[in-house]
Design a protein around this ligand. Sequence first.
Ligand SMILES: Cc1cc2nc3c(=O)[nH]c(=O)nc-3n(C[C@H](O)[C@H](O)[C@H](O)COP(=O)(O)OP(=O)(O)OC[C@H]3O[C@@H](n4cnc5c(N)ncnc54)[C@H](O)[C@@H]3O)c2cc1C
Length: 400
Amino acid sequence: MQEFDAIVIGAGAAGLFCAGVAGQRGQRVLVLDHSEKVAEKIRISGGGRANFTNRELDPQAPHKHFLSANPHFCRSALSRYTPADFIALVQRHGIPFHEKHKGQLFCDHSADDLIQMLLRECDAGGVQRWQPCGVKAVRQGGDGLYELDTERGPVRGRKLVVATGGLSIPKIGASDFGYRIASQFGLRLVERQPGLVPLTFDGDGWAPYAGLAGLALPVRIETGDKKNRMAFLEDLLFTHRGLSGPAVLQISSYWREGTPIRLNLAPDTELPTALARAKASSRKLLANELAALVPSRLADAWVQQDADWQRPVADTTDKALARLAERLSRWEIAPTGTEGYKKAEVTLGGVDTRELSSQTLESKQPGLYFIGEVVDVTGWLGGYNFQWAWASAHACAQAL
Ligand SMILES: Cc1cc2nc3c(=O)[nH]c(=O)nc-3n(C[C@H](O)[C@H](O)[C@H](O)COP(=O)(O)OP(=O)(O)OC[C@H]3O[C@@H](n4cnc5c(N)ncnc54)[C@H](O)[C@@H]3O)c2cc1C
């Protein structure tokens, strides 16, 4: 039976990076994946250009951009392997990249540049890759080594690293394997749910807005009560079934079922003042005046909601104008659900961080490590999830 110092299950962002770093530190490493292609999530990420890190990640307080039952858990790994470290690696490989907004870094050409970089790093470390290769069973032998029954036969490793990611996008290889391994060894899990995901609304309640599908605009979005309020200033996208766009993806990770979200659809405009000015000086329909303040499709759809808003602005009562301003700047609506793992970018929850060392990512089961998205650490939209994959993989590789 073949034997390795470390076996990494999952050739995605975290698994490939960990394997490469560990291999270059002299470990004999095997990385295996049940998918035919490696790192499919990197390939489809960031619209095909992979938003691979974020310059705004604060190494002193990285937990600001991450969700976890223990928000401080990620600090150790993230502060020891920073965006600057990963940028230096990308530069060493001559991969051109650019910054979009809010510190987000993307490849200029294609996410494949990043995948090829990770594979070159693995080659430099003499890493063996088995793919496609499913794992049928995992057990710990009497000598403490991990024995795996794989589709390519049995294999043994002194250390086992689980880097199987989350549940989102099952059609490109996502599975619950990592959570099952954790449970098999008695490690606790934090409940999983889709994150960075579009929100849906019930058919009748959504009917007035269905015609807005395709409309995008900057908004302020918030959820939670006074104590736990979370807010983002980002772009909103109306879809046929509900709301999406960066604003909604961000808030979806904080939204809890049964609670509303609140939106300011004109965050840069003092609506009461602007509407009062229009009333004093214009003979136009209110919808036309409103179209100067928000996108015209939104203005048209919005005034349909109230007969008092369907007349010249000069003839609209102050009360009706105040109601309109209030409804646009504090639009409260309760999602009925999310688009689920089919559309989610990440999985919230996962292997409970209380079971893991924040320094090494080793679990309470000696020799068994969990890295990347399978762990209960979820980043904001904007390159934070990949940075967690790189940082947790790096911390683990140092310890193998
Ligand atoms: C559409 C989309 C866009 C995204 N865009 C971005 C972005 O721009 N920036 C960003 O930071 N994050 C982005 N993300 C999130 C990011 O892709 C993930 O957080 C990241 O890939 C997690 O890395 P990982 O290595 O933990 O898991 P993954 O990269 O998902 O890798 C897990 C690997 O494990 C393998 N695997 C699973 N089960 C098994 C099994 N039973 N046996 C063997 N192998 C198995 C899978 O085939 C896969 O190769 C995006 C996600 C999606 C879905």
